[in-house]
Design a binder for this molecule. Sequence first.
Ligand SMILES: [Fe+2]
Ligand SMILES: [Fe+2]
Length: 473
Amino acid sequence: MLASTRATLSLPQLISALSYALDLTEGHQMGHSVRTCIIGMRVASEIGLRNGARGDLYYALLLKDAGCSSNASKLFHVLAGDEIRAKRDIKTTDWSKFGWEAVQYALRNVGVGSPLLSRVWRLANVAASNRTHSRDMIKIRCERGASVARKIGLSQRTAEGIHGLDEHWDGRGYPMGLRGTEIPLLSRIMNLAQTLDVFRQERGEAAAMETAERRSRSWFDPSLVKAARSLHRRGALFEGLDAADLKSRVMAMEPDGSELPADDCTLDQVCEAFAEVIDAKSPFTYRHSAGVAQAAVTIAQRIGMDSGTVAMIRHAALLHDVGKLSVPNSILEKPGKLDSHEWDVVKLHPYYTLEILRRVGGFGDIAEVAAAHHEKLDGSGYFRNLTAATLSLPARILVVADIYDALAADRPYRGGLDPDTVFGILRKEAPHALDANCVEALAMSVEPTSVQLARLNEALGESVPQIAPMAAA
Ligand SMILES: [Fe+2]
Ligand SMILES: [Fe+2]
């Protein structure tokens, strides 16, 4: 199974598909990173950027928001509101100056729905520490994004490009306050390209160019604005950005010689790096994807699956919650019970997992297995209410591994439950909802030997000689 994934794997396709998940976290329509990549590569061609640097730019553009999940929780706590909406809103706000735009932004996003007094207090607090919060938030995001790029095996120049995304030509950007040509050229192109896409999507092409012109020399390198202007006059800047074949257009733009090897090692690195992006979304899910992958591999190996299928299950497990990047932290970290609307939002996350992963050629099995991780054998799961008749063995493994990790892993608000309690809960759900063989396969690896022997003796009954634990050597 892995062989077929590898044979058809295309890194640009995989990374551009995963960039759709980053769009969801940033509150953009899916496709923002891909469109930004196309715009940025056009500007790069216009200024004659040489081929090696264009390859670095290509991946930096697709992964520019790779650090976006890491500040979501902090932003939610600062604003006490829907951080995804706030992130979307900030893209059309000039946050580098304290003025009417910034005030309006705060009124739209800070403490919305809170009682008046607490909202006023929070607004005052945000205003007083605006610059510190902004710098900290962007610093976390930039550093994390650069680290994801390095983890995937991309170049230092790509990582630096992502790190400098929010620096401004006039030195008022973050996190370093770099000025003019101190800012890496890749970052300058990326900042202009993302702003052009956001304004074009929200307000049209003319507004996008008008914003670029207005922010020339404050946010943007004037020579890049000039290049964008020239492309726009020739109708070449935004051409085809609404086309249905956007995916193939962006794939065709990968510069020659910049291809990463599409091998098992790269696939592992991309899946592991994105698992960290997913888990960074909330402290509640810290290391969850890696934990699920470990449990799923344990079950699959214990059941005797071949190495290709085990690898496929591991990749599905690492990416199973990629759709969770669409859920605001105000829901993920809500202290009380979720209302029915909030539950509906949560239940959509496996749907987004499917939507994102099925865009990758050769990922059909991975997408199906990953998207089934909340399904149950009796049809009581979500989001498709699959049943025993349609749930594959790899999917059943992932369902058990997901619940196991949720119960057994440490959380900020409680320690992990002990194996007795965890398997008590899992066994209560088997075989009607969970696959009993998968539960027992995991138990064999996790439960202490003494518990397994006790269980075996219980099964053998009193008429048969009991098995005693081996003495320690
Ligand atoms: Fe999930
Ligand atoms: Fe999960």
